[in-house]
Design a protein around this ligand. Structure first.
Ligand SMILES: C[S@@+](CC[C@H](N)C(=O)[O-])C[C@H]1O[C@@H](n2cnc3c(N)ncnc32)[C@H](O)[C@@H]1O
Length: 221
């Protein structure tokens, strides 16, 4: 799926703006949700870690984290975790982890089989994969809109559904006098296909971690 981005500072290959993510507050809510789903002190492999918005609160919660991203400029903002610059698809670390995280809706942007295979091959036998997808409602209702959060003004526009299960959109982020844009195309991972998609990568659905069913907990088959 194609993605691109514009704006001040470095732009990662997937279109994400380094300065934008570096300026956002830590994502303590996502870290708390992950922490509650895995054992205390569980080792974590975080795929697509960016500037460490979730990494840093996970470290604070007592988890050793290895942070992976294919943008060196993103990883340079992470402190306290080992960082690995790699495409998720190509990752082949010698060790396995108690938890592997594939968040930020990345499952919708790439080859889901290849992404989930990368999760599975780094998973300890009793470990868990946590995937954050666009929830069914989020996917169905995405429409041109504006909203504000954490001092950022968001504008979603150019929303289209070129075929069933595919969503294309552009999002503008305004922070003070800085503006970034991000265009993406996402393929929805539907409830009905989830068991087969997970099984193809040697995984099974344990449960959803949230009411909206955006967060998936999976275990080895
Ligand atoms: C939208 S940002 C989110 C970063 C972080 N998870 C957060 O919540 O702040 C997505 C990140 O994933 C990285 N990324 C996207 N696709 C990737 C891939 N296939 N392999 C490695 N990194 C990827 C990008 O470089 C970017 O840093």
């Amino acid at each position: 799926m194609r993605a691109s981005g514009t704006g001040p500072g470095d732009i990662a290959p997937d279109g994400s703006a380094v300065e934008f993510y570096a300026a956002l507050p830590p994502d303590t809510a996502s870290a708390a949700l992950v922490h509650a789903a895995i054992p205390d002190g569980a080792s974590i492999l975080e795929l697509g870690a960016g500037t460490g918005r979730v990494t840093h609160p996970l470290l604070d919660l007592g988890h050793p984290v290895v942070a992976v991203d294919d943008s060196a400029a993103m990883l340079a903002r992470i402190e306290g975790a080992r960082t690995v610059r790699s495409r998720i698809e190509d990752l082949a670390l010698p060790e396995t982890f108690d938890a592997v995280l594939l968040m930020s809706f990345l499952i919708g942007y790439g080859d889901r089989r290849v992404l989930l295979d990368a999760c599975r091959r780094h998973l300890a036998p009793s470990g868990h994969v946590i995937v954050q997808r666009e929830s069914p409602e989020m996917f169905a209702t995405a429409a041109p809109s504006t909203w504000e959060r954490d001092g950022v003004r968001y504008r979603m526009h150019d929303v289209s559904r070129p075929e069933p299960g595919i969503l294309s959109a552009a999002i503008e982020y305004r922070m003070g006098d800085r503006t970034w844009t991000h265009r993406f195309t996402s393929r929805h991972l539907g409830d009905e296909e989830l068991p087969a998609v997970l099984a193809a990568s040697g995984l099974r659905l344990d449960r959803y971690l949230d009411e909206a069913r955006g967060w998936i907990l999976a275990s080895p088959l």
